[in-house]
Design a protein around this ligand. Structure first.
Ligand code: GLN
Length: 304
């Protein structure tokens, strides 16, 4: 029997005073002010037990972690056509890379890079009457917490400086793979990224991927097959040009965001989230990756 509280306390102790914590994202100005010393871990076992340490109860900007949740919402509504508009191959490139998109004529490599997530955002904007409100309500119901919200200041801050995402959306539009207005789709995309959650809420949000599609309240939101596919995408594409390194060091499907959050999971076993805002050169939480490497090494839990 593993003493999980002891494991995560040990990891927290090992890393909390680390001097090399990476760099807080500053290309979204509003994120630049987040204290780099935040460091939290939350673990949720499939049987409902939870373990937590550090700043697990503080809100972080989930950023690209939201891409998994928009995909989970869109897939059951648009199961066949979705994969005609976005591929399922790792990109081997940064999250905001553009030239492959042009080379591949507006079909993004996968739904977890920005261009792919913008296509998924476009799909939701088409399918939903009130896209932002309905997506927020979806997230609230998945987590069973009506207090989850957008941070409007972060969304606006990204809109003001989101040149790269405007370029991606315009390229998608030029190739006919964006059906709605660029501004409308990006307004949705900037808001989904600007949702705030705690580490505890993140392990709840991702529970369905560890539980064959059923969320914490046991509502089935996606099929077991869809959960399996989303996990495959997280493993191969969840960390952009560092997906190989994450599989190599950690060995779990997961997703990072430039707010410094990472959520990872082992099907049938657990979900785990780590937050440390300092990022490495590939835009993934530096301490977060180290913490998860230590977790899978100490517990021997990995898909491999
Ligand atoms: N909102 C961010 C962007 O589009 C998300 C990037 C990320 O978290 N990797 O640039």
């Amino acid at each position: 029997m593993i003493d999980y509280q002891n494991v995560i306390n040990t990891i927290h102790q090992n890393l909390k005073d680390e001097v090399n914590r990476g760099v807080v994202a500053s290309y979204i100005p509003e994120l630049a002010g987040v204290d780099i010393n935040n460091f939290g871990i939350h673990l949720r076992l499939i049987n409902g037990e939870t373990y937590a340490t550090g700043d697990w109860d503080k809100k972080l900007s989930i950023q690209s972690i939201s891409k998994v949740l928009t995909l989970a919402m869109a897939l059951p509504m648009y199961p066949e056509n979705l994969w005609q508009r976005v591929d399922v191959e790792p990109s081997g490139n940064p999250f905001n890379h553009l030239s492959l998109l042009e080379l591949e004529k507006g079909i993004p490599r996968n739904p977890l890079i920005n261009a792919g997530a913008i296509v998924i955002a476009d799909i939701l904007v088409t399918l939903l009457d009130n896209p932002k409100e309905e997506f927020l309500n979806y997230v609230r119901s998945v987590v069973d917490d009506p207090t989850i919200n957008f941070n409007e200041t972060v969304a606006n801050s990204e809109r003001m400086t989101g040149y790269n995402n405007f370029a991606a959306a315009n390229l998608l539009k030029a190739y006919g793979n964006l059906h709605n207005d660029v501004d409308t789709v990006l307004d949705f995309y900037f808001h989904q990224c600007a949702i705030e959650m705690t580490c505890e809420q993140l392990t709840k949000a991702f529970f369905m991927f560890a539980n064959h599609g059923a969320c914490c309240q046991e509502n089935v939101l996606i099929s077991a097959s869809q959960a399996k596919r989303i996990n495959a995408l997280m493993l191969t594409c969840g960390f952009y040009d560092e997906a190989g390194e994450f599989a190599f060091e950690v060995g779990l499907p997961g997703k990072s965001g430039v707010g410094g959050g990472i959520v990872a999971l082992l099907p049938n076993q657990f979900t785990i989230s780590v937050w440390s805002p300092g990022l490495n050169k590939r835009g993934n939480s530096l301490l977060g990756m180290k913490a998860l490497e230590q977790f899978t090494t100490m517990t021997k839990h990995s898909i491999f």
